[in-house]
Design a protein around this ligand. Structure first.
Ligand code: ZN
Length: 188
């Protein structure tokens, strides 16, 4: 079954929405996030995913916990790399909504700027970072070393700059005691 693209009354907005969903599917965004960003029904997103990859979407990955994204100096460096691109592209609007176009472009720049030896953020982790920025739970703070580092409102320990003071992993608030895993979606 094709998505309802053949509907002759499809508006430009509809076409743009399908185009965005198709591009997100191509980048392996989880179906749930594509639905959040486009408002399209699950069946339509599943079909777009199938068309993009010739395979159905994988089971939904767990959403990364925000604190885990800056829990180690390495993770904080990755998050800072992505968010620097994202905030520059999205501008002040990043604090009002998730700019998905800016997010995808920033993710490309992030991947291009990181060499092979360094881990990169997945699109899912990038989306959570953008969401935390929008909520202002994740903020950049100025360190005495002159550089800006990421701090999260839920951190139990005082936030520390990852550039000049490597810190231990921050404890996450995990009621069920489960250890959140590094979600790495296939990135092509
Ligand atoms: Zn510092």
């Amino acid at each position: 079954m094709q998505p309802s693209l053949k509907n002759t009354s499809t508006s430009v907005n509809d076409m743009e929405t399908f185009d965005l969903a198709a591009r997100m599917a191509l980048r392996h965004f989880p179906v749930a996030l594509i639905r959040i960003q486009t408002g399209l029904p699950a069946e339509t997103v599943d079909e777009l995913y199938q068309q993009a990859h010739n395979a159905p979407p994988p089971p939904p990955p767990p959403l990364p916990k925000a604190l885990d994204l800056i829990a180690t100096p390495e993770a904080a460096a990755r998050a800072t790399s992505f968010l620097a691109h994202y905030l520059r592209l999205a501008g002040p609007a990043a604090y009002r909504r998730i700019d998905i176009e800016a997010l995808m472009f920033a993710h490309d720049l992030h991947l291009a700027a990181r060499d092979d030896a360094k881990q990169t953020e997945t699109v899912l982790r990038a989306w959570v970072l953008a969401r935390e920025m929008r909520c202002r739970t994740l903020t950049f703070q100025l360190c005495s070393c002159g550089r800006e580092f990421l701090a999260h409102a839920d951190q139990k320990l005082p936030a520390a700059c990852h550039f000049c003071s490597p810190r231990p992993a921050v404890a996450t608030r995990s009621a069920g005691g489960e250890k959140s895993s590094e979600v790495r979606l296939a990135n092509g």
